[in-house]
Design a protein around this ligand. Structure first.
Ligand code: PMP
Ligand code: GLN
Length: 380
């Protein structure tokens, strides 16, 4: 039978490729973004408790009320906005499923969706499989700022959605007041949705504070905010997240969600709802990861890699142009096989494969691992 792929340009993601290469060569894996330390024991005990108590059947479609209420409480505390737990928040299987279902719910064939590149890898295929047309705005290294005037020129009568991501993977940049203001002005008078990936909401450095789309009423009225509890809990393998959107948009989102997942893992939802009762569990992630960023930077001191300032996320970019002019994908593979450290080449986040000789390292690792990686990379 002849299969005509709906995603002819999609292969295996770079995260799977580099993690496999790291394992094969026993390299230190600073490629795929996940912590190499465990989540809290208290959280694990809570999961066990709810499994043993028999909370093992389907959860309600939008998520268990206790977790929706807990996240609404957290949003109120952090962002000063009151969200309706029944109509405006849905628990999802990680940020990925939220993003996929949000795009599927709103993007129709031939709708244009603006993507700001380099961009995290899951937005584009979700647009394409729904028949949408990704329209790319390219940010330039090393500052990776959005020139909103230029971005505005990409908007046509077909533009249905703009996807934004702050703190930004892979660059580590965050939106400033000016970015929000310009985005507001662009979205306000047009029939355009804004999908904001806030997976790293708790990881913003240098005493800056994350600002959420939810805080901008003119954008939120046409916006959807996506969160990843895997990031917040150091448990990326649990794949639990949430999406927050006004009732009209949440209603459409849930139409897709209920046939994509229907509902999310029950005992984990109960456990997380209890665990997040104590804000201390998430309020210090900024300092926790900033220390790791700074530790990696000092471990890399004396190397020929040039850091590009990371304002958030658990990623740090490095320019290697002083070392080699090899394409970044080749360089990242050679770094893994010859020098024992796996990274992610940034060109994979550009649909035109624009290659600025920059790699991404994940610093959600123990100091011991980061020190070892620094030692190896100083020799490159
Ligand atoms: N968005 C961004 C920017 C990410 O880096 C990731 C991966 N961590 C995701 C979404 C997916 O998050 P999740 O694992 O919760 O699906
Ligand atoms: N978000 C993680 C990263 O950017 C990867 C997640 C995945 O493997 N799909 O590295």
């Amino acid at each position: 039978m002849l299969i005509t792929s709906k995603l002819p340009n999609v292969g295996t993601t770079i995260f799977s490729v580099m993690s496999a290469l790291a394992n094969e060569h026993k390299a230190i894996n600073l490629s795929q973004g996940f912590p190499n330390f465990d989540c809290s024991d208290k959280l694990k005990t809570l999961v066990e408790k709810y499994i043993r108590k028999g909370y093992n059947q389907y959860a309600p479609m939008p998520g268990i009320p206790a977790l929706r209420h807990r996240l609404v409480e957290k949003i109120e505390k952090l962002y000063g906005v009151t969200i309706d737990p029944d109509l405006e928040i849905t628990i999802t299987a990680g940020a990925t499923q939220a993003l996929y279902c949000a795009i599927s719910a709103f993007v129709k064939p031939d709708d244009e969706v603006i993507l700001i590149e380099p961009a995290y890898d899951c937005y584009r295929p979700a647009i394409e499989i729904n028949g949408g047309i990704p329209v790319t705005y390219q940010m330039e290294a090393p500052n990776y700022q959005v020139d909103w005037k230029m971005l505005e020129r990409l908007i046509t009568w077909r533009t249905r959605m703009i996807v934004v991501n702050t703190p930004h993977n892979p660059t580590g940049k965050t939106f400033k007041e000016n970015d929000w203001e310009r985005l507001r002005a662009i979205a306000e008078d047009r029939d355009i949705l804004v999908l904001c990936d806030e997976a790293y909401e708790h990881i913003v450095f240098d005493k800056e504070k994350h600002r959420s789309l939810i805080q901008f009423p003119e954008i939120f009225s046409r916006g959807l905010s996506v969160f990843s509890l895997g990031k917040t809990l150091h448990a990326t393998g649990w794949k639990i997240g949430a999406i927050v959107a006004p009732p009209k948009l949440s209603k459409e989102f849930r139409k897709v969600h209920q046939f994509c997942n229907f509902s999310i893992n029950t005992p984990f939802q109960y456990a997380i709802a209890d665990f997040l009762e104590d804000p201390e569990e998430y309020l210090h992630l900024n300092e926790f990861f900033q220390k790791k960023r700074d530790f990696l930077l000092s471990a890399m001191n004396g190397s020929r890699f040039k850091p590009i300032h990371s304002e958030g996320t658990y990623f740090q970019l490095f320019d290697y142009s002083e070392i080699s002019d090899e394409p970044d994908t080749e360089f990242a593979k050679r770094m893994t096989t010859e020098f024992g450290v796996a990274s992610i080449p940034v060109s994979v986040f550009n649909s035109n494969k624009k290659d600025d000789k920059i790699i991404r390292l994940c610093f959600a690792k123990t100091e011991e691992t980061l020190a070892k990686a620094g030692e190896l990379l100083r020799k490159v």
